[in-house]
Design a protein around this ligand. Sequence first.
Ligand code: HEM
Length: 219
Amino acid sequence: MTAVSAESVAPSVVTALYVQTRALHLEAERTGFIADMLRGAASRNGYALLLRNLLPAYHQIEDGLERHRDDPMLRPLARYRLARAPAIAADLAALTDDELPLLPEGEAYAQTIARAAEGDGSRLIAHAYTRYLGDLNGGQIVKRLLQKSLGLGPRELAHYDFSAIGELAALKTGYRQALELAGAAAADPEAIIAEGAVAFECNIALSIAVQRRLSGPPA
Ligand code: HEM
């Protein structure tokens, strides 16, 4: 049997993203509006405000992947077309008739992704990892929580419904593999791993901003 040298095995970008963001994931769960949601203390309006501010970020991920869909590196991700932006827009329409504000943190998150989509777009891998694996994992917990605490139904929870795309367990495995393939083809995996932390930090900042806006005086 021939020994495989450490150099010949490409390190897993997805594992590195997981390790890099593990502490930030814990922080995200314990901070701001996400923490309120986990305690069952979220309001319908608060959840709508969070979605309204995530929507531009999803547009940037999905438009960015679409623009790069013929590039060999991002093709495995782009072909999934997880299309959460239309699902979130539908949830928002079902949740409220109000025009909710785009907070500076929501705008900053979207702009961060827009910058990540420039050039070869490889840093989009980190943003797709953070949001989509989040939706496929913790998002399913959040969905059940919101069903219970706010009585939300399928019309308001399309964000977490992937049934039109595939079976959940298969999607989790398949999407992870697609992220892995894309990461292995990237010229600068370190930049992707660093961007993972940026993606979580954007989510934490947004969660804090949403909580602050809800507890503060109306603008
Ligand atoms: C609402 C509170 C949250 C809960 C209860 C939660 C829960 C979970 C759970 C149980 C997993 C599976 C862990 C595993 O397989 O080892 C997971 C994975 C993940 N979550 Fe969360 N999560 C939450 C918030 C978030 C947020 C705010 C983000 C970032 C936007 C996020 C991003 C991720 C990612 C990227 C993964 C995949 C990790 C990996 O397998 O590499 N989660 N989450």
